[in-house]
Design a binder for this molecule. Structure first.
Ligand code: FAD
Length: 401
């Protein structure tokens, strides 16, 4: 059953002592209703209330704030991510500066190893160490590694698919060791069926940098994502309702404008058909041992292993605990929408929904689901801040930073 909750109440239930907040009240009309309390919705809720003095109703169908970045302590007291490991990284000063108002940070550079050839652990993305370990060679410089990869690469006349990208860069053997099985599991399709843009995201290095990301800002919120969201959403004029579907709220709520961060095809009742997504099943396990693996994530590229990767949260969070919690990820077709399936016909279908969205007055479509793109967290924050600036400008308000 749905029930109105103001920000104080929601935050109090989450165990945080929230300062007294003046509830907006359910009878008053809202200037905005925001659907989705992930990064997109929460950034806009914070900005609209604090910078423009709007009265905002923020709803989410899930029983918690934070969207997919939600984290919580499990029964063993280990801080873990319910929707898979989330590592924050950005090159945007605007985004890191904005979020820093709501959290302190713990510096953290993510490292990933791949388990290949029956359990050998080598750095991912492929770097000089990967090549030296795998082939028992002694490549000492970038040039050595470059020449080695070039000697393996196979010319491909016209690069169309993901398979072409990888084979033309590193050759068939590395392709089969690291990419083929992983991609087949991740997407349920062979790399030869996937557009070249999919694998363009996976870089190969000739140095021995083994960090997964190279962004200038890499850190985790010191007390976790959920705490950061709580601090962001602890604002006068903001009402939060959890466990509420848009479909139900749209009939009751009194609001002038809507910000929608759910799936765009759902908003339009799947008029042109469903936008395809790839999903994941997560298996969370707490183990009676201090550590499970040497780094935050180990990838399992071999097709015979049903999961794609295992992540261990204590590496990310820096928490010390006697036990440890890990998450296995099993890609699958059905379930929550996680990754838009990167095929040209799906983009074409999205374009039709985008055209409808652009024609819809007084509704902003923001975030990964509403724009059918895989976005990292920082990109969604940037998108939400840009949307906010447009709203402020339309009202003749200039917002500095
Ligand atoms: P979401 O967080 O999905 O929020 C949307 C919210 O809307 C949800 O809470 C949903 O319940 C709600 N909603 C949807 N429809 C309705 C409705 N009809 N009614 C009411 N509520 C509704 N990014 C990184 O930067 N680093 C990472 O390491 C990283 N790891 C990831 C790992 C995985 C497995 C996945 C899937 C994603 C990862 N991401 C990562 C991406 C990150 O999750 C997204 O960028 C971010 O969550 C997007 O925020 P959002 O607000 O757009 O969407």
């Amino acid at each position: 059953a749905r029930r109105a909750q103001d920000a104080t109440e929601v935050l109090a239930q989450s165990g945080v002592a929230a300062p007294a907040i003046r509830p907006a009240g359910r009878n008053k009309p809202f200037d905005y209703m925001i659907v989705g309390a992930g990064f997109a919705g929460s950034v806009l809720a914070e900005r609209l209330t604090t910078q423009l003095g709007k009265r905002v109703l923020l709803i989410d169908k899930r029983p918690h704030i934070g969207g997919n970045a939600y984290d919580e302590k499990d029964a063993a007291g280990v801080l873990m991510h319910r929707y898979g490991p989330h590592i924050f990284h950005t090159n945007s000063d605007e985004v890191s500066g904005y979020l820093s108002q709501f959290t302190k940070w713990r510096p953290y550079e993510h490292r990933v190893l791949a388990s290949v050839k029956g359990g050998l652990l080598v750095p991912m993305p492929i770097n000089r160490t990967t090549l030296n370990t795998l082939y028992g060679v002694d490549l000492r410089t970038d040039d050595d590694a470059e020449a080695f990869l070039a000697s393996r690469a196979e010319p491909v006349e016209k690069i169309r698919t993901s398979e072409d990208v990888v084979i033309s860069k590193v050759g068939r053997e590395l392709y089969e060791t690291f990419f083929r099985g992983y991609t087949r599991k991740q997407w349920g399709m062979d790399p030869s069926e996937l557009d070249k843009s999919v694998t363009a995201r996976v870089p190969t290095r000739t140095n021995d940098d083994d960090r997964y990301f190279t962004d200038k800002f890499q850190a985790m919120p010191a007390e976790g994502y959920t705490r950061m969201f709580e601090s962001m959403l602890d604002q006068p004029g903001l009402t939060i309702e959890l466990g509420v579907e848009y479909e139900d709220a749209r009939e009751e709520a009194v609001y002038d404008r809507l910000i929608f961060t759910g799936p765009v095809d759902e908003y339009f009742d799947h008029r042109y058909g469903k936008l395809p997504y790839r999903s994941l099943a997560f298996r969370h396990e707490t183990l009676d041992q201090e550590w499970f693996q040497p780094v935050g994530t180990v990838n399992y590229p071999e097709e015979a292993t049903p999961y794609t990767r295992i992540s261990e949260y204590k590496h990310l969070t820096g928490q010390s605990a006697r036990r440890t919690t890990i998450t296995y990820e099993y890609p699958r077709a059905d379930g929550d929408p996680y990754y838009p399936v990167p095929r040209p016909e799906n983009q074409a279908l999205y374009k039709r929904y985008e055209a409808l969205a652009l024609e819809t007055a007084n509704v902003h479509f923001v975030g990964r689901l509403a724009t059918y793109r895989y976005y990292n967290m920082d990109q969604v924050v940037g998108q939400a801040l840009a949307t906010f600036r447009r709203i402020a400008e339309r009202e003749g308000r200039t917002i500095v930073a």
